[in-house]
Design a protein around this ligand. Structure first.
Ligand code: NAD
Length: 397
């Protein structure tokens, strides 16, 4: 089949396997060009098929020579459906990573489920021994409550009052105004249930009870703080409440890991990047586009792989950790630099919609958005027929 991008309400309904392969390969090549470092030996990544989780996996597999286990939720190809980008990222990561001569294992299914936790516990026990690092990098719109069988959905909403922002309609290439309405109390609780820290806590508890955490074991999850232009919709909204909950669980876990393993639980505030999740947050598309423009001009723009490489090399396993008063790792210090913020806000508030669309930063954002689903790579011939079924069978081998 010939695969062209299919986007509905800023959401990709398909992916291109060869482009996903290219995306994984580019990240691997970036990491290979950087110095190696002493890091963890055995790593579990929950949400390691795309975005920050995949970048973390590649950084640690290639620069620290780690064994990696990844849990992700993906759609496999079926009939005319291409399968999700993460499905192909997993397949091609495995294909490339054979060269590392280390163990890399994928579990595809629901990370929230007790069964998945048990499967991973059994696998780690039988194949790896103990874990040195657990990365919790899940971004999900819903979570099944396995006790009540109820599917709980998260909501990207404000708290208290409306927020009026802008977004890019990617199909029509328009900048549009968007009003986000406040959440009710239940919607706040539901978002915290889906995107907060309780499942991270359950994972660490399950691994601890199975005696699978090594001395000095660490765990880390990714938060976002951001600046004033995203405050109402992000930090001050439902997602911010979920992140507060994640950060509170980190404090609890940190105490427990410190006492039992001389380990630690960390939160890293990562920079805003283009991932599947970021385009659903109104105002984020415009903010990220202007931010890319400013950070590139100031020569401080990092790719997603470089960002996570620096996190582990300098701040988790190195001695260049930057933390704030709440002990969160501030990997986002380049984004939050007052000069970068000032220029970004100035652009967001003074440029016309047409000027925003014409920015190099917006072009970077849009190219990234296509590329995370495997489109718009110069190296790929998109007119070429793709035999999805045969490719997918690669996974079984
Ligand atoms: P992403 O959508 O690219 O990746 C999410 C991962 O979670 C995928 O591997 C997906 O398969 C997995 N997943 C989702 N539901 C699952 C389930 N039920 N079971 C198993 N796996 C499941 O997201 P991302 O943007 O990389 O976000 C990861 C984390 O980083 C989030 O906590 C997010 O808030 C945080 N973060 C993101 C940004 C950003 O700009 N994107 C910035 C700072 C922090």
């Amino acid at each position: 089949m010939i695969i062209k991008p299919s986007i509905r309400s800023n959401f990709f309904t398909n992916s291109h396997p060869f482009g996903c392969r290219q995306n994984v390969l580019n990240q691997i090549n970036e990491i290979k060009s950087l110095p190696t470092f002493e890091g963890p030996k055995n790593v579990l990544i929950i949400g390691g098929s795309s975005g920050y989780g995949l970048a973390s996996r590649i950084a640690l597999a290639y620069a620290a020579h780690a064994n990696t286990v990844n849990v992700s939720f993906e759609n496999e190809p079926k009939g005319s459906k291409t399968g999700s980008a993460g499905w192909w990222n997993n397949i091609y990561f495995q294909e490339f990573a054979k060269e590392t001569n280390h163990i890399h294992k994928d579990f595809v299914g629901d990370a929230f489920s007790p069964e998945m936790k048990q499967q991973v516990v059994d696998y780690v026990k039988n194949n790896l021994g103990k874990l040195d690092l657990v990365i919790y990098s899940l971004a999900s719109g819903a979570r099944l409550n396995y006790q009540t069988n109820e599917l709980i959905r998260s909501h990207i909403k404000t708290i208290g009052e409306d927020a009026i922002g802008k977004t890019i309609d990617i199909i029509n290439m328009n900048v549009e105004s968007l009003t986000v309405t406040p959440a009710n109390e239940q919607e706040v609780l539901d978002t915290v249930y889906v995107m907060g820290g309780s499942d991270w806590y359950d994972w660490i508890t399950a691994l601890d009870q199975a005696n699978l955490l090594n001395k000095h074991a660490k765990t880390i999850s990714y938060t976002y703080i951001g600046g004033p232009t995203t405050e109402k919709i992000y930090r001050g909204g439902t997602l911010g409440k979920a992140k507060e909950d994640l950060e509170n669980h980190a404090k609890k876990l940190n105490q427990q890991l410190k006492e039992k393993y001389e380990g630690e639980a960390l939160i890293s505030s990562s920079k805003a990047v283009t991932t599947k999740a970021s385009v659903f947050i109104p105002q984020m598309t415009i903010y990220v586009s202007c931010l890319y423009d400013v950070m590139t001009r100031h020569h401080v723009h990092e790719s997603i792989a470089e960002h996570k490489y620096r996190l582990f090399k300098d701040m988790v396993y190195g001695d260049k950790r930057i933390v704030d008063e709440q002990k969160r790792i501030r990997l986002d210090h380049l984004e939050m630099d007052p000069e970068i913020q000032k220029e970004t806000i100035h652009m967001m508030t003074t440029l016309s919609n047409e000027e925003i669309l014409a920015l190099d930063g917006t072009k970077m954002f849009l190219r990234d958005f296509y590329q995370i689903n495997g489109f718009e790579f110069d190296e790929i011939d998109y007119e070429k027929d793709v035999d999805i079924q045969t490719l997918s069978e690669l996974r079984a081998k």
